[in-house]
Design a protein around this ligand. Sequence first.
Ligand code: NDP
Length: 349
Amino acid sequence: GKVLVTGANGYIAMWVVHEFLIRGYTVRGTVRSAKKAEHIQKQFAEFGDKLEVVVVEDITKEGAFDEVVKGVDAVAHTASPFHFNAHRPEELIEPAVKGTVGVLQSVLKHGTSVKRVVVTSSVAAIVRDEPAPVTFTENDWNQQSLDLVNELGEKAPNMAKYRASKTLAEKAAWKFVEDHKRDIDWDVTTLNPPFVFEPAIHELTDPASLNTSAKAFYDYVADASEAEVAGNDFLAKGGGCWVDVRDLAEAHRLALEKQEAGGERIIICSGPFKWQDFIDAANALDPPPKLSKPIPKGRPGSGSGHPHTVHLANYDTSKSDRVFGLKYRTIATTTKDTFADYQARGALR
Ligand code: NDP
């Protein structure tokens, strides 16, 4: 089969492309400029003409994907801005929504061989901040961030702007399916991961070129200078839920292969974490990784293992267990592989 992967140069997308290639698929990846194709071609050189990289300059333009959906059996739409630096909410919302709807529209018009579109959504489209622990399911929708952005506009928290972009993009996808259910013989699956961690195979020069989630891991676990800025308790109390990028990549493939995944939104989550958990796992590595500076210590044992630790946002993964049967990587494994990657790269100096 042949799969179109949008935003193929991204952190997650590179692993998605890798997953499809090692499983024998042919991949057409899109990037925003010819320059951004170079690293991908190099990274996956061994796969020869099983990989084609094409330029889609502006995903918000009507018909942007009309040509690239031709002849593919499925689409994995990952391209969407993920950062917390937007001033106007529209900076994130417009490419998120128009990109998603644009892909679906192009498939409707020109994707005559497409059977399924997988959209990389996020738990950002599910979660809301609550004072007490909640276990969210696929039935939950993040109305809270939409309200914040509607009320506060540019003054909304940057996290809310990003979350609103993912919520609106996913809602738009499901609305498209509903509006066109009589005209389409293909379906949509959305994957909803939390923080995605390490290792990275996209184009990297320094820690600043890590994507937002892998950068957070680097800042808080390997470097911890940012954690010092965030305050004393941050490593023990700060965190969320996470998944290894390779598990998420596998989920993208399974989402295309498993019939039952069609029409579903599916949470992909390894579990909750505090940053201290990864720090403790890093300090337990034997042999210790050789890095340019020592691994921070934080306060060992003050993370998830501590009796007073609370995880406010939790996710029910029974659907992904049932449909995909995924065995998620553990904190120990992901930490080991991530630090091996840092060591191999000279800690990204
Ligand atoms: P990256 O920043 O590494 O990749 C984002 C990709 O989207 C890049 O290819 C980027 O292209 C493209 N993109 C960003 N903004 C635009 C735009 N305005 N127009 C066109 N293309 C754009 O991030 P991730 O790999 O982490 O994210 C990939 C997807 O996964 C996103 O949809 C994100 O919301 C989602 N996600 C990520 C999580 C995480 O923790 N990492 C968690 C949950 C969901 P370019 O390089 O040219 O900017």
